[in-house]
Ligand binder design. Sequence first.
Ligand code: FES
Length: 570
Amino acid sequence: MTTKGIKRGLTNYGDMAFAAYLRRSFAKSMGYSTELLNKPIVGIASSPSGFNSCHRNMPELVEAVKRGVLAAGALPIDFPTISLGEIFLSPTSLMFRNMMSMDVEEMIRAQPMDSVVMIGGCDKTVPAQLMGAASANIPAIQLVTGPMMTGRFEGERLGACTDCRRFWGSFRAGKISTEVIEDIESRLATTTGTCAVMGTASTMACISEALGMSLPGTAAIPAVHADRLRAAEASGTLAAKMALGEARALKPDEIMTNKSVENAMRVLLAIGGSTNAIIHLTAIAGRLNIPVGLKRLNELSDETPVLVNLKPTGDHYMEDFNAAGGLSAVLAQLKDSLHLDALTVTGETLGERLAAESKIFVDHTIIRPASDPIEPVGGLVSLSGTLAPNGAIFKRSAADKNLFEVEGRAVVFSSLEDLSLRIDDPDLDVTKDDILVLQNAGPKSKSGMPEAGYLPIPKKLAAQGVKDMVRISDARMSGTAYGTIILHVSPEASIGGPIGLVRNGDRIRVSVSKKQIDLLVSEEELHKRRTALETIKSDIPTRGYAHLYHHHVLQAEGGCDFDFLVGQAK
Ligand code: FES
């Protein structure tokens, strides 16, 4: 029989009875009664940080989870893990997602808890928690901090961070003054919570619910809404019932299966979700040996319509999405193509959940019916070809359709430093029909695959009114960004991928209809360039986490997880 509660996983002093006695003694120093210490324990993995504005509501969420646990008759014990505040991390938060996932996994496994509620929100935290939970594999519920509310500027509604980019673009083009951009700075992110649009955080919240790991109807509840606290309380109650044996204690590997991962891919496509989410979903599924193939992504994308009219691709914000019916309404529209027998954390199947929700209100101006979609095909598609033999990702729902079938001249930037040095040079040899290429910004580069794929339009072209160009890189892009941007090119430049062999003036052909991306340079010439490259030594980190990261991070098609974390823990 598995030991439960405070006696779980005793510290080994060579005398287990002594270890239990000692643990109870130290637990009692925190004021717990013997009666409470005899109850099953619900761990609460919290991730507050003064460097994470998106988690500012963490303390009240922890309190709400605790009261749900206590009311149901179990003992709640919260513990911290690292927190990843997207905007506060250098060189990029993705680099630390795997570290947070290891923290979550090991602390769930090492500490005595019978089930766990994980609270995250900002972009990398929810994937890190789901990856950790998949590997630790005890009953787990994902709770998100929820999206922030919009602000106002001179009567206009603003939400981080699509509007941040829009105004910055206008500022760069000289259309708004320094005073105005400074004023807007205080009005873009005005409440706690995650970015107000369908960026990476909101996409991952929807994916968590689609996977079945969050309570139904909770993905889109705003951070400041009282329903968010009720969702926290309900998550605590369910986790307690799982620990007490009063609810089915499903483990993550019983919830996150081939079927639920495919459901999540469909949802990602239908909500016009973030490109980052395909990396995160691949990494989460990879922990359970579930493949997320780019070929399958394209098959699903060609038969899954975009239904949600939210920024960055549409008009509305997450608070509108919640009021319009939230993910429940999207799932109902996709019902015929979903695996309805997939289990959710409540113990119900997805089909049972949707049957129970058949009467919810839906605002079809924001969540369209499948019979009248915003786009007939999914938001994301994978491209491959001689420039990206292992694939690249393109968010077609955020791009200019006039740039879907193009051939152009490459204008190459060899690094982020080179980009920032030259992009606004008035002498830069560039026209609106050229293709901008950024190299050496992939997972193993020293920049760690930042969200730099949204290359700015060169200043001189922006001033002429150019708003979009084809931009290609081995980097990522923020989920709140938009444009004709091809990302995650694999293999990346710094391990010798063809993207690193592109030179100014080369011709590149992109065909979204054929899902092709090709560098029109002979193999002989590429071989010459490759041979010359081999003599260049890149700076490889020699110590610490950066060293571990560099040597073990997988390419984008592997979810940028560490090679030694993929697959189920024995
Ligand atoms: Fe945290 Fe956007 S910065 S979700």
